[in-house]
Design a protein around this ligand. Structure first.
Ligand code: GRG
Length: 291
């Protein structure tokens, strides 16, 4: 990535961190343990990829990052809830996430379930609080709900659970990941367009970019479970052996080729926007990431 774009990414990450840092600080409320558990996971680091996408799709449509910030934060809240619930003993049973103990390891299972529930709910409150025209807010609510819910991420998680210990075809694995990983990345990109009042054509193009990026991101994630460094990743590797991953289905060379083709498709969709250097370089950075 060019130095100016790396600086932009760091500045965007800092903007998102500052916004999230100000969330769930309620002095007069007695349920402080819940707020602590929510903030524990929300502020535990992470790449902030999804909110960075939201801010930059808003800019690509002529809007500002500030305008899109509540939408960006909402997507990160949904993402964090999904990680908390995914790490629970009844799902993936993971002890570490983002380089720290998982929420249930620190606060117990029941509190972790509630922290996830509250983050999911708070995401929609944030959308409602955005100072944007009501039709943009309404569209954002529908889009995030569809992408995160039974037709999107939760639907993908269901298919993933049902596929455990079965050998699935590539099409079936694709169907899982389009929903489980791709849908929320789709929400991140399209909510940026919506915040800035972009056109229908830009909304479609953002969804296409997200489709390529999301699948490439997942294939890279599967590769990193095999070839990645646990310290850099902040979680154990070799955890996916019983799962339906691309790294189990395809050779590592084939995974690499798929990532490159999907990244090319993502970048092609950017023709619908004016200023696209950042989003183009971000797609490449993610294709080659090691954490
Ligand atoms: C429990 C409803 C529910 C859904 C779980 C997100 C998810 C669905 C499961 C997490 C496990 C996993 C490997 C999902 C694929 C998506 C993915 C690669 C998530 C990790 O996202 P990053 O790398 O994480 O952006 P950070 O920590 O950087 O934000």
């Amino acid at each position: 990535m060019k130095p100016e774009n790396l600086r932009r990414m760091e500045a965007d990450r800092a903007l998102v961190e500052r916004y999230l840092e100000g969330c769930f600080l309620y002095d007069g409320e007695p349920q402080q343990t819940l707020f602590k558990a929510m903030r524990y996971s929300l502020l535990a680091g992470g790449k902030r990829l999804r909110p960075i996408l939201t801010l930059n799709f808003a800019r690509a449509c002529g809007g500002t990052a500030e305008q899109a910030l509540p939408f960006a934060a909402a997507v990160e809240m949904v993402h964090t809830y999904s990680l908390i619930h995914d790490d629970l003993p009844c799902m993936d049973d993971d002890d570490y996430r983002r380089g720290a103990l998982t929420c249930h390891k620190v606060y117990g299972e029941a509190t972790a379930v509630l922290a996830g529930d509250a983050l999911l709910t708070a995401a929609f409150t944030r959308l409602g609080m955005a100072k944007l025209p009501p039709e943009r807010v309404a569209l954002a609510v529908t889009m995030l709900g569809e992408c995160a819910g039974e037709l999107g991420m939760v639907g993908g998680q269901m298919l993933d659970l049902e596929g455990e210990d079965k050998v699935l075809s590539e099409a079936e694995v694709g169907a899982i990941h389009v929903r489980k990983t791709g849908a929320l990345i789709g929400a991140a990109c399209t909510l940026g367009v919506i915040a800035a009042g972009g056109t229908e054509q830009q909304l479609d193009a953002a969804a296409q970019y997200a489709a390529g990026l999301g699948l490439a991101f997942q294939i890279r994630d599967d590769m990193l479970d095999v070839i990645g460094d646990a310290e850099k990743l902040g979680k154990k590797t070799g955890m996916d052996e019983h799962k339906n991953t691309y790294a189990r289905l395809l050779s590592l060379d084939e995974c690499r080729r798929r990532i490159d083709t999907l990244t090319e498709h993502a970048v092609k969709a950017l023709d619908a926007f004016d200023d696209t250097a950042f989003l183009r370089e971000l797609a490449q950075l993610l294709a080659d990431r090691d954490s």
